[in-house]
Design a protein around this ligand. Sequence first.
Ligand SMILES: [Zn+2]
Ligand SMILES: [Zn+2]
Length: 346
Amino acid sequence: MLAYTYKTKGTFKLEEKPVPEILSSTDAIVRVTLSSICTSDLHIKHGSVPRAVPGITVGHEMVGVVEKVGAAVTNVAPGDRVTVNVETFCGECFFCRNGWVNNCEDENGGWALGCRIDGGQAEYVRVPLANQGLNRIPDSVTDRQALFVGDVLATGYWAAKISDIKEQDTVLIIGAGPTGICTLLCVMLKNPAKIIVCETDAGRRKFVKEHYPQVEVVDPQAADVERYVKSITPHGGADVVLEVAGTEATFQMAWKCARPNAVVTVVALYDGPQTLPLPDMYGKNLTFKFGGVDGCDCGEILSLIAEGKIDTTPLITHTFKLREIEAAYELFENRRDGVIKVAVEP
Ligand SMILES: [Zn+2]
Ligand SMILES: [Zn+2]
């Protein structure tokens, strides 16, 4: 089968590999029907994910059809259409029992697929601990509608869930890349009074304005975002801030735009350490939340998609064949042609 493979720092290559086999009774083999490229794949390519293992097939956003299951797999059966979770988790350890599946104590726990073990930018993928890692896609939901459930949409859902958003709130979302837009979609489910999206890229601002006209969009290059947010909110800042951009400037903007006693949720992954100027922040009594997604709400997300409450299909701006995946990476990495997300077909 064809598999897009992490060779060395800076190099991915489309290679022929054997179709994966069941290795453990809790495994499933999934025939990939649609996959995507995530910014984390680019982080692997550029060597900024030290635990990524050279030789592995990359890709951790995919949907497919179950081909084979091990004897202990009971949640799904061959023939089922499924979403694949970016995280591998056992469901039984201390962390899993608390819903903190990102910190699962299993040896493959956390983000393993397409990082430490073979992932899904391929024709087939082996999914360990398949009872937890696979969710059946409702018949009324298409592959394209379900494509982001296991990773980027799970992240947006988790971010909105942990941010304690109330209906009277003003919510500021910094960054309107794929994760920022998924976060926006999930914040909208909480019905806050006002949502402001801050984004530097004109194409992404246009995308948000076109698809979500009820949301206010600001350009930090044209306006002093801190002053603006403080001027339109009754208590000196946003009630909730979600930082989904990942730069030094946006990290500082996040806490500065928050009102006293606000929640600041950091979804972004940074290239380096960030500074918390505690003397300046003293008395603001902020609550910071941050970390990697606990991707254990995929069933709930799929129900919301089936009910028409979340639709991420507009994010799929381009579609490629697996044999053209190099071109898909080139487009995605260089953000050409208004790309938000790409879909990769076998
Ligand atoms: Zn990802
Ligand atoms: Zn666990």
